[in-house]
Design a protein around this ligand. Structure first.
Ligand code: PMP
Length: 286
């Protein structure tokens, strides 16, 4: 079942008008929330980022956090699989005509669906994934989780066509993030993360990784990372809500470090799994 504008229905019954600004302009924002054993992970943080994205595109939040939690909870309950990825999308709705200017009266389109969340294949974790790099040619508000993902799709496709899993993006000589992930590096045993700013999405998983580093006493620095530096680090990781954390073992056909998942990755991966288990056991949303 999906939720669309106040109603729960089978996905085959869900319809959006062709004049919807999401369809015409990509005028909307979204969230993807991982759910383990029917418990949403970091829901409060995802709803906070949704609020920031909506404010970023000047669209009123159609629901309070409590209402969102209730709607999402219902969709999660209705699904017959325990681990899920819940997708939430809000667009600026339809206005009868195609006009860049905002409608006078905005009736947002609110859509929620869920799909099974499968952990990445074991080989990806054990052998690592490969990546290519590209110039980050997206707009300057990558902190907004906008549905207009054309640039991200084109950039990710470069990886796919090279037989790789992700595209690592550099802007003006600095690491920004992946086409659909945040990127971390390890240099001389120190975990490096690019600082949150308007050039990257503030990842929920990114925060979890830094919290775990802090908790377990792993040396870490949040700072600008040069492209030249990235090409000489011993480990490179990608993180996202659906992939959690994965080691990148090759960039543009050249090995990262010794070309195998690193020791720091192995530690972080086990901390992440233990954290997930503890959160789920405690029955909190992390
Ligand atoms: N950056 C981009 C561009 C993304 O699309 C995503 C999510 N797929 C991320 C970073 C990771 O964010 P999160 O950890 O919140 O899933």
């Amino acid at each position: 079942m999906v939720y669309l504008n106040g109603e729960f229905m089978p996905i085959s019954a869900a319809r959006v008008p062709v004049m919807d600004r999401g369809f015409l302009f990509g005028d909307g924002v979204y969230e993807v929330i991982p759910v383990y054993s029917k418990r949403p992970f970091r829901l409060a943080e995802h709803l906070k980022r949704l609020r920031a994205s909506l404010a970023g595109i000047r669209l009123a939040n159609p629901h309070s956090d409590a209402e969102w939690a209730q709607l999402i909870g219902r969709i999660v309950e209705l699904a017959d699989f325990p681990d899920q990825q819940v997708y939430v999308q809000v667009t600026r709705g339809a206005d009868g005509k195609r006009n860049h200017a905002f409608p006078k009266l905005v009736r947002p389109t609110v859509f929620i669906m869920t799909e099974p969340l499968l952990p990445p294949p074991v080989e990806q974790r054990e052998l690592g994934i490969t990546a290519v790099s590209a110039a980050d040619n997206r707009w300057l508000r990558c902190d907004i989780k906008a549905i207009s993902l054309l640039a991200n799709c084109l950039l990710r496709q470069q990886a796919i066509e090279a037989g790789c899993a992700e595209t690592v993006l550099f802007r003006d000589g600095f690491l920004s993030e992946g086409a659909a992930s945040n990127i971390f590096a390890v240099r001389d045993g120190v975990l490096l993360a690019p600082p949150k700013n308007h050039l990257m999405l503030p990842g929920i998983t990114y925060d979890v990784i830094l919290e775990l580093a802090q908790q377990h006493g792993l040396p870490h620095q949040v700072r600008d990372i040069l492209e030249t530096e990235v090409r000489a680090v011993s480990e490179l990781w990608m993180t996202s809500s659906t992939k959690e954390v994965l080691p990148i073992v090759s960039l543009d056909g050249r090995p990262v470090g010794d070309g195998k998942p690193g020791a720091v990755f192995a530690r972080m991966y086990s901390w992440y799994q233990a954290f997930k288990r503890s959160v789920m056991r405690a029955g909190q949303d992390g």
